[in-house]
Ligand binder design. Structure first.
Ligand SMILES: Cc1ncc(COP(=O)(O)O)c(C=O)c1O
Length: 346
């Protein structure tokens, strides 16, 4: 019998979906009273033990990240802009009173766990290795206050397309009933509670055949914020509009990359500004952008009063954005922005 450690993972690379596949290991580090993160280590992937009184379980004191490693056309493995995830995790942590992880420690943890699970990275063009760093308040707290100890875990999973059907033209429901986050709330942080609150609106939308929910701004309901798991863009002529970082949307890494591609490669006029529902309904092309969804066309938008069909197949500019981003990530195109961090796996 083969040793368990050298056994090849049994993964059907041609049929990956965006779901969790357990891998060999995960990274864990802890931070006790005093706020100093201790050196972490790689441990077998598996269940963890928590006190029922843990801050994360009772008060949702947790933040996370989502990023990807790719096998590229140059037969290398790369991380895409991991420094941005490190910085965003720090600012999310600050908002939730969690001791921030030093950037170097974060990058080291991500590199270590990808290397240890290198055989779970899908082959070129078959998908990617999704990386999920999380920090939880794991110390016991009964009154409402920050936990006194924390756990940082990074786990990974090979993944394919986020939406069923490769790259569908999404049908999106604009919700007037639910906000994703409150004005001056935790919208700019990747806080676990933001996602808990989005589950019910998403469930309702899916029951009615929609792919995703478009959230309006809690302070001004004429304005669009974002989708439940991606930022949004509209294109009209040579102008690309996207909601500005006013505090209620997540500052997406893909959003930032899309803006740079638009300005530097496609020569578009980009406005990070207030964007109305009407801007979306009357656009030439509408798409969403995120690590999980990549860049995906929005084909139909339904409000309470209206349902507007924008496309039945991906528009030419959306296709351009998607191709340029993917070609950079997979080293089929020069990394002019210096976004790739290659990993030395050998
Ligand atoms: C609410 C929300 N907005 C936007 C994004 C896109 O961010 P990024 O491009 O960093 O993945 C995400 C994450 O995927 C998200 O959860």
């Amino acid at each position: 019998m083969k040793d368990i450690d050298v056994m090849e993972p049994q993964i059907d690379w041609d049929n990956l979906t965006f779901s969790h596949t357990p891998t060999r290991s995960m990274y864990r580090a802890t931070c006790d009273e005093g706020g100093e993160w201790q050196e972490g280590s790689i441990i077998p992937f598996g269940n963890i033990e928590l006190s029922p009184v843990a801050g994360v379980l009772n008060y949702g004191q947790g933040v996370f990240e989502g990023m990807k490693a790719f096998r590229t056309a140059k037969d290398r493995t790369i991380l895409f802009r991991p420094e941005m995830n490190a910085k965003r995790l720090q600012s999310s942590a600050k908002r939730l009173c969690i001791p921030p992880i030093p950037e170097e420690m974060f990058l080291e943890a991500v590199e270590q766990i990808v290397k240890d699970n290198a055989d779970y990275i899908p082959p070129l063009d078959k998908g990617s290795l999704y990386i999920r760093p999380v920090i939880w308040g794991t110390g016991p707290v009964l009154g409402v206050k920050p936990s006194r100890s924390y756990t940082f875990i990074v786990y990974v999973s090979p993944v394919g397309h986020y939406f069923q059907g490769e790259i569908p033209c999404l049908h999106i429901k604009v919700t007037n009933f639910y906000h994703r986050v409150a004005h001056k709330g935790t919208g700019a942080a990747k806080a676990i509670g933001n996602y808990a609150a989005s589950l019910y609106p998403l469930k309702l939308a899916k029951e009615h055949g929609f792919n995703e929910v478009m959230y309006l701004n809690a302070q001004n309901e004429n304005l669009v914020d974002e989708l439940g798991a991606a930022n949004v863009f509209t294109l009209k002529g040579d102008t690309l509009l996207t909601p500005g970082l006013s505090g209620s949307i997540l500052p997406g890494v893909t959003r930032d990359s899309t803006i740079q591609i638009a300005r530097e490669i496609l020569g578009l006029d980009v406005k990070e500004t207030d964007v109305t529902v009407d801007d979306f309904l009357t656009a030439d092309e509408v798409f969403c952008a995120g690590t999980a969804v990549v860049i995906c066309p929005i084909g139909r938008i339904t409000t309470d009063d209206d349902s507007v069909e924008l496309c039945t197949e991906m528009g030419p500019m959306t296709a351009n954005f998607r191709k340029i981003l993917k070609d950079i990530q997979l080293e089929r195109r020069e990394d002019v922005f210096d976004w790739l961090r290659p990993l030395d796996l050998y």
